[in-house]
Ligand binder design. Structure first.
Ligand code: PLP
Length: 395
């Protein structure tokens, strides 16, 4: 068994998935066809949001969100340091300024108190938005973030890349699914192979806001619209007589080509059908990890069993993390570190961030390690991971 390498995450492609892609490859549309709408509709239903917009990848999704919300040079936006860099970079694409909050050391999520501190220490209107992240698959409590956002007139973009199918329970006792748009203006997902649903590259934006929805559709395709009642050039200019000719379209704002292809969407649709099954399995694995590591002297903290957690990652905070990481590699177990704090990436240091600025994030980074977590990880393999970790610390 030690001969098969065990990664921290991996995709699961079935014959049915392959069949779905082949059918689309043989169809009339490789891109801009019917699979996109079908994927968007089934994804929106799964998440519980009104609208979904499929895009090329999660980073493109974030970029379009920042554009749709009119992020401009000088605008300040808050996010967490413990995330993939794209959560912050999307603000920089639009010239905005990223300000990092700190994490809550218990949940690993953006600490609302650190956000409040930032907001209170600047004149109102300084900050424009927040990008909270459902890090590792644990849903952030957007109900409290929404209340704070309303107080300061901020928008919220939920980075839910780790958490399709995750939820938190609101004060009314209702399950609020990540990305359902009840508390955030926009939410984004990624379909990179390490995430829950794989389409190769791929992403999705969900929202309940009709205006933002139409704006996103336009930005996804170069800023072009094809809708008679919205044109600003005259019919005469367009070359029509009574009406706009059917070839006519207008580029009204500067957009991009951030489209997903139809064969990727076909894979996404097929994968989505197994999403609940995948989460169920991830939760079983999490429970076994928690049982195995609870009370161990080498564990400082772990992800643990948390209601609504979607378990993109299962994280341990350990002593001697480097030693464990290398030992696991020598045993063909490829654990990973999520994440190197964003505010200390050389790119972000140039804006004035330095060590000690976000102590909880930095302390977390010193001990964190993400264990293998994916639906096809067998119990035997998981036992091997657990016993190898135990062996490292206790011989
Ligand atoms: C994967 C990921 C992204 C970016 O998604 P891509 O599809 O790789 O561009 C953004 N944010 C988080 C938290 C992610 O995990």
């Amino acid at each position: 068994m030690a001969n098969n390498s065990i990664p921290y995450g991996r995709q699961h492609i079935t014959d049915e998935d392959i069949q779905a892609v082949i059918e689309t490859l043989r169809s009339d549309y490789l891109t801009q066809g019917p699979k996109i709408k079908e994927f968007e509709e089934s994804f929106a239903t799964y998440i519980g949001a009104k609208y979904a917009v499929a895009v090329a990848n999660g980073t493109a999704a974030l970029h379009l969100c920042a554009m749709a919300l009119n992020v401009e040079p000088g605008d300040k936006v808050i996010t967490t340091p413990i995330t993939f860099a794209a959560s912050a970079n999307c603000i920089r694409y639009c010239g905005g300024e990223v300000v990092f909050g700190d994490i809550n050391p218990e949940t690993y999520l953006l600490d609302i108190n650190s956000v409040r501190d930032l907001l209170e220490s600047s004149p109102k209107g300084t900050y424009k938005g927040i990008v909270p992240v459902d890090f590792a698959g644990r849903s952030i409590d957007l109900e409290v973030f929404k209340a704070l956002a309303e107080e300061y007139n901020l928008w919220i973009v939920e980075d839910a890349c780790h958490a399709p199918g995750g939820y938190f329970v609101d004060t009314q006792g209702n399950e609020q699914r990540c990305g359902n748009g009840n508390f955030a203006d926009l939410a984004i997902f990624s379909f990179h192979p390490v995430k829950h649903i794989a389409s190769g590259e791929g992403g999705m934006i969900t929202t309940n806001d009709e205006k933002l929805y139409y704006k996103l559709l336009q930005l996804r395709t170069h800023g072009i619209i094809k809708q008679d009642n919205l044109y600003t050039n005259t019919i005469e200019f367009a070359g029509g007589d009574e009406a706009y000719p059917s070839w006519y379209m207008e580029m009204q704002t500067l957009g991009y080509n951030y489209r997903l292809t139809d064969f990727q969407a076909a894979l996404g649709i097929s994968q989505l059908k197994r999403a609940d099954q995948g989460i169920k399995r991830r939760r079983e694995l999490a429970k076994r990890y928690e049982n195995a590591f609870t009370g161990k002297d080498y564990i400082k903290r772990q992800s643990g069993v948390v209601e609504g957690h979607a378990y993109h990652l299962y994280i341990l905070e350990v002593r001697d993390r480097l030693g464990l990481y290398n030992y696991l590699r020598s045993k063909n177990i490829f654990a990973q570190i999520h994440y190197i704090p964003c505010h200390l990436m050389p790119y972000y240091r140039q804006f004035g961030c330095k060590e000690g600025d976000r102590p909880h994030s930095e302390e977390y980074y010193r001990g964190c390690i993400s264990l293998p977590m994916y639906p096809t990880l067998s119990e035997e393999e998981q036992e091997y991971v657990i016993s190898t970790i135990h062996q490292y610390f206790h011989g």
